[in-house]
Design a protein around this ligand. Structure first.
Ligand SMILES: Nc1ncnc2c1ncn2[C@@H]1O[C@H](COP(=O)(O)OP(=O)(O)OP(=O)(O)O)[C@@H](O)[C@H]1O
Ligand SMILES: [Mg+2]
Length: 272
């Protein structure tokens, strides 16, 4: 199964927005997509029409039986689209998960081995959303992820974060063992000079790691408030276009077959 992790050294840069909307774009293209939330904030589910009062998630299953499969936490989010919420959690629950994931080294890692059904189904695309910065889950997924998509803003503080990625400082090793990381500059407003300068810096120094930009767009906020995808809310918005372009680039990197509007995951090209 192709696994995409969406992570960033910085908070509030659009990780959850991008993870959820990529899931919507890929599922609309015909791929079966499972989106999983590794952030205790537990907000990813809200992008899939799940009610605020719905508190279940994989953390509840994990607490009852650490070796149980998380597949039972899957909620249907639309055609071809599924979400696994983190769930409402206590500090003890989060600590217990962190300690299991922290031991996640070698071939029998927790996500690869105990969650095999979830992470090794070649017919399903898995997109994982993470809290900002380091997390044990982000380190644990590095052995099973195929590509890491890293949203950053085109602001001054992001410039220093490019080198955090380049030097593998986020989890003290590469974010995955396959295609590596790709940066998405989000909230871009070309009327702002600094935004243009940061884009120039990124093109000049990290062109091969720059996947694309998403413009600052009120449709993003409005779509989220209505629990709809951006393309569904306003197909003609700049953000919908930007995310579609980024999804196509990811599909190209992962070598998905896209035929007449239908995306076919090719297990052989994934090395599964
Ligand atoms: N391109 C954009 N244009 C306008 N608003 C945006 C854009 N991208 C994201 N936002 C808004 O920015 C806010 C933060 O986005 P989001 O929650 O996806 O960030 P995050 O990186 O997941 O945050 P956290 O670190 O807290 O998990 C949200 O209100 C979202 O609607
Ligand atoms: Mg988030």
């Amino acid at each position: 199964m192709p696994v995409i992790s969406v992570c960033s050294p910085k908070g509030g840069v659009g990780k959850t927005t991008l993870a959820a909307n990529l899931a919507h774009v890929f599922s609309a293209s015909g791929a079966r997509v499972v989106c999983i939330d590794f952030d205790p904030q537990n907000s990813l589910r809200l992008y899939f029409g799940v009610q605020l009062s719905e508190e279940r998630g994989f953390i509840n299953i994990f607490t009852e039986d650490p070796k149980a499969g998380w597949i039972d936490a899957v909620i249907n989010g639309g055609k071809n689209l599924f979400v696994i919420p983190y769930g409402k959690s206590s500090e003890d629950q989060r600590r217990a998960l962190a300690s299991v994931l922290a031991d996640d080294k070698g071939p029998t890692n927790y996500l690869g081995e105990w969650q095999k059904g979830l992470f090794c189904d070649p017919s399903v695309l898995l997109i994982a959303d993470f809290p900002p910065g380091y997390s044990p889950a982000l380190a644990a997924i590095s052995t099973v992820a195929d590509i890491s998509i890293v949203p950053l803003m085109a602001d001054a503080s992001s410039v220093s974060l490019f080198s955090v990625l380049e030097n593998n400082e986020l989890i003290d090793r590469p974010l995955n063992e396959r295609l590596g990381y790709y940066i998405v500059l989000n909230h871009v407003d070309n009327r702002i000079r600094l935004n243009r300068e940061v884009q120039d810096f990124a093109h000049g120094n990290f062109a091969d790691r720059l996947l694309g930009v998403i413009h600052s767009d009120t449709s993003v906020i409005e779509a989220a408030a209505m629990q709809r995808s951006i393309s569904d809310f306003n197909q003609n918005s700049s953000a919908a276009f930007d995310i579609e372009v980024i999804a196509r680039k990811i599909a190209g990197l992962l070598k998905f077959d896209v035929k007449s509007g239908t995306m076919v995951l090719n297990p052989e090209s994934q090395g599964a």
